[in-house]
Design a protein around this ligand. Structure first.
Ligand code: SF4
Ligand code: SF4
Length: 479
């Protein structure tokens, strides 16, 4: 964040010229071996992660009225949110909801920085709470992992690496299955997994591809996804400011840093800040940065450095919070100003968008009808004294049940003897989640028409229940 003045790091600002996980000279990747974190934030994140993972894995299998709780079937253009089906005709609702979500994320980031990355992002949750934990279990803590990486390919190394990557791949397959369940539904994924491949080769290829992608992401890409690929991470620089709450090192309290020495050897202890330069905060960082240099693009707000430093402070008898959630102004001036003009402006926009969303959702009907006079047609006179207009109708059924459709004039309209004649004489049926289109005549006795153009209010019925209403015009002869 070039706009934020940070304490001068010992090596100056040069650390901002390159990514911490890429070697400056060779350009090669520096593999990060973060030390296993422990502490109150890590415990809280673990609980939340289990909760979120439980929901993520269960949601495609929970059924509401026979439909999954969540489905994002872009192939068949079928979307279900908490049991409510949305069709392509609801696209405007999706766009509006997506817009609201983006504004919410921006506003949230302006106030609380990258808190989403550390606590809610699936990438961080899977990486830190699933894959990393397995890695610690098989290969040990950071030191042991480094040792193993440098060691020759002995039977032990082959076993450990093979076991780890094998388990990683199995989990990647599970994630790919769940991911695909969100797209094509759990039932179809089960079919792909249980029936001959020849019947579902496309689905099977997708499953294999996704498995390898997830395996690659968690076994090799890791923090590079957050640093170099994730657009949200890249946008941090324009969203946070001096009042944004981020994970920050209190340089006012911590500097000048210096090693803790025992007894009389520590004669200048009074002049030093609270940071004892133990580098534990650096060792636990999964993106390989030193948070004492100031807010950096790579920081995913995982809280590992807070826990590490709190542990150190406990040991040396200093108050916790040398690294904590705070803003730049909070550290420098002790300010905790959340409602800045920018935040107020974003909040107003957000509130308007939320109100718009609520209005649009509350006005959303399960059936949508379009009733238009057929272009190029005027009116016809029938032998039995009626004036007839030809119409194109379109009824969208957003429910999960088939609907036989009928049309009637609304009660309030005082026109006697109106007839609705479906061309083909077959009652239209709007299939579940589908559209029925057709052509029909509306006949009105000539003596009932008061003017050349009459506005008709039509009820759409299914099984004698009004499911929608439509408005159209009827043309007759000049009086
Ligand atoms: S863990 Fe705390 S005391 Fe140790 S180097 Fe980091 S900031 Fe300083
Ligand atoms: S600096 Fe701290 S919060 Fe940021 S990624 Fe590293 S350990 Fe996590």
């Amino acid at each position: 964040m070039s706009t934020i003045k940070q304490p001068q790091a010992p090596q100056g600002e040069s650390f901002r010229d390159h990514i911490s996980t890429v070697d400056e000279k060779s350009g090669k990747r520096i593999w990060v071996y973060p030390k296993k974190p422990k502490g109150r934030f890590y415990r809280r994140r673990t609980w939340l992660s289990w909760l979120l993972l439980g929901f993520l894995f269960a949601a495609p299998f929970i059924k509401v009225n026979g439909e999954p709780l969540l489905l994002f079937n872009i192939i068949d253009r079928k979307f279900i949110l908490f049991g409510v089906q949305f069709l392509p005709q609801d696209f405007h609702l999706f766009v509006f909801a997506a817009l609201t979500a983006i504004v919410f994320l921006v506003l949230f980031t302006v106030i609380y920085g990258r808190i989403f990355c550390g606590w809610f992002c699936p990438q961080t949750i899977f990486m830190e709470m699933v894959f990393r934990k397995i890695e610690y279990l098989i290969e040990g803590d950071a030191k042991a992992q480094r040792r193993l990486a440098k060691a020759p390919w002995t039977a032990e190394k082959i076993f450990k690496k093979g076991l780890k990557l094998g388990i990683f791949f199995l989990i990647a397959v599970v994630i790919a299955n769940v991911f695909l369940s969100y797209i094509i539904g759990a039932d179809r994924v089960f079919q792909i997994a249980s029936e001959p491949i020849s019947q579902h080769w496309r689905g099977f290829i997708a499953l294999i591809l996704f498995s390898f992608v997830f395996f690659g992401v968690f076994a090799y890409m890791r923090e590079q996804v957050c640093i170099a690929i994730c657009p949200y991470g890249r946008l941090q620089g324009v969203m946070i400011n001096e009042d944004t709450v981020v994970i920050a090192y209190d340089f006012v309290r911590g500097e000048p840093r210096g090693k803790l020495r025992k007894g009389s050897a520590d004669s200048d202890a009074e002049k030093r800040g609270d940071c004892i330069d133990c580098k534990l905060c650096v060792q636990v960082c999964p993106t390989g940065i030193d948070i004492r240099n100031g807010t950096q693009l790579e920081c995913i707000n995982c809280t590992a450095c807070i826990d590490a430093c709190d542990g150190v402070m406990d040991k040396i008898g200093k108050p916790r919070g040398l690294i904590r959630y705070d803003s730049y102004n909070g550290i420098v001036k002790g300010e905790k100003k959340i409602f800045t003009p920018r935040v107020i402006a974003y909040s107003v926009v957000l509130a308007l968008l939320v109100i718009g969303n609520i209005l649009m959702l509350s006005n959303r009907t399960e059936v949508e009808t379009l009733l238009l006079r057929t272009p190029g047609q005027l009116y016809q006179k029938t032998e039995d004294g009626y004036i007839s207009n030809l119409y194109n109708y379109e009824v969208i059924n957003k429910t999960d049940k088939d609907m036989p459709i009928e049309f009637e004039l609304t009660e309030g309209q005082k026109i006697e003897g109106v007839r609705f004649r479906i061309v083909g004489d077959v009652q239209p049926v709007a299939k579940a989640g589908d559209v029925v289109k057709g052509v029909m005549f509306i006949d009105i006795p000539k003596d009932q028409l008061k003017s050349r153009k009459t506005v008709l209010h039509v009820k759409v019925l299914s099984n004698d229940k009004v499911v929608d209403r439509a408005k159209t015009t009827f043309l007759g002869p000049i009086k």
